[in-house]
Design a protein around this ligand. Structure first.
Ligand SMILES: Nc1ncnc2c1ncn2[C@@H]1O[C@H](COP(=O)(O)OP(=O)(O)OP(=O)(O)O)[C@@H](O)[C@H]1O
Length: 279
């Protein structure tokens, strides 16, 4: 009989991280489900990237991290690299390599040492590049691509791993609105297939479409839940000092940044937005 599938894809208990001797994360506990897209949000410096890196095992941490309910340190390195894929922020990844070769790096966890790419590897790379619409320039060196084109190649590299848990730090950086919408559709498709997708996002209007939000402030989780829950939205407003107006439009929550009160603008002149007069 097959064992029952794990109910927690990625979790941590009492997770703490210090960087350069300074505590950055303070005893966080999270349980992220398979088939669920979680967006980690919060102000600059809240600890979002640090949390993601600690969950990926990229930095030392205290506490317990479990991948597919198994302690992180118990995973053989290769099996772990197959189970968990990572897309970092501002990654440098061999500018002289072709886009195809960069995406093929995502297949390394599936290949024997120095073994040539298999038919399955080639198919996975092509599939991932078509999903992020970067196949057309698969022969071009990464260093010659625009910021958005490059980001789509790096996203394809993470997809090519075909992992059950996908961690992405600011995946929408450099992407134009249509490609942001494509990313959203892709994430929903992955979640529907049972993948746990965890992304750090600054684009709150995209994050508010996630299944679950993790709201962070000063190295702590101060709210977690669906954007439809009032407590989640209250946490979001609180961490941004009330400088967000959350409105519902056709069943979808939107975040509009609000201007500071005039008294908060020290000496700055506020010009009213005027409609151009027509002759
Ligand atoms: N290598 C480092 N050494 C020391 N402190 C660091 C280091 N990296 C980050 N920090 C500090 O840790 C805190 C959390 O940083 P982190 O990058 O996780 O925040 P973030 O929420 O992702 O921020 P942002 O939204 O600006 O990307 C910040 O105060 C930051 O200055």
């Amino acid at each position: 009989m097959n064992p029952s599938p794990p109910s927690i894809a990625l979790g941590c208990q009492e997770l703490s991280v210090s960087l350069q001797g300074q505590p950055v994360l303070h005893r966080l506990s999270l349980a992220l489900a398979p088939g669920c897209w979680t967006a980690i949000v919060g102000p600059n410096g809240a600890g979002k990237s640090t949390l993601l890196r600690a969950l990926a095992g990229l930095i030392p941490s205290l506490g317990d991290v479990r991948l597919l309910e198994r302690p992180f340190e118990d995973w053989p390195r290769k099996a772990r690299a197959q189970a968990l894929a990572w897309l970092g922020q501002n990654e440098s990844s061999g500018d002289e390599l072709s886009a195809h070769d960069v995406v093929m790096l995502g297949r390394l966890p599936h290949r024997a040492w120095l073994a040539p790419a298999s038919t399955a590897d080639l198919a996975a790379v092509r599939r991932a590049m078509e999903q992020t619409q970067c196949w057309d320039w698969h022969e071009r060196p990464l260093g010659q691509l625009s910021g958005g084109e490059r980001q789509r190649v790096l996203l394809a590299r993470a997809l090519a791993v075909e992992a059950r848990v996908l961690l992405m730090d600011e995946p929408l950086a450099h992407l134009d609105p249509p490609h942001q919408a494509d990313w959203l559709a892709l994430v929903r498709e992955l979640a529907a297939r049972g993948v746990a997708v965890i992304s750090v996002l600054h684009e709150l209007n995209i994050a508010l479409q996630a299944d679950s939000l993790v709201v962070m402030q000063a190295g702590r989780v101060v709210g977690q839940g669906s954007p439809a829950e009032l407590t989640t939205r209250q946490a979001l407003q609180q961490v941004f000092d009330g400088r967000l107006h959350l409105v519902e439009l056709q069943g979808q929550w939107l975040a509009l940044p609000t201007a500071p009160a005039p008294t908060q603008l020290s000496g700055a002149q506020v010009l009213p937005l005027r409609r151009e007069s027509t002759p």
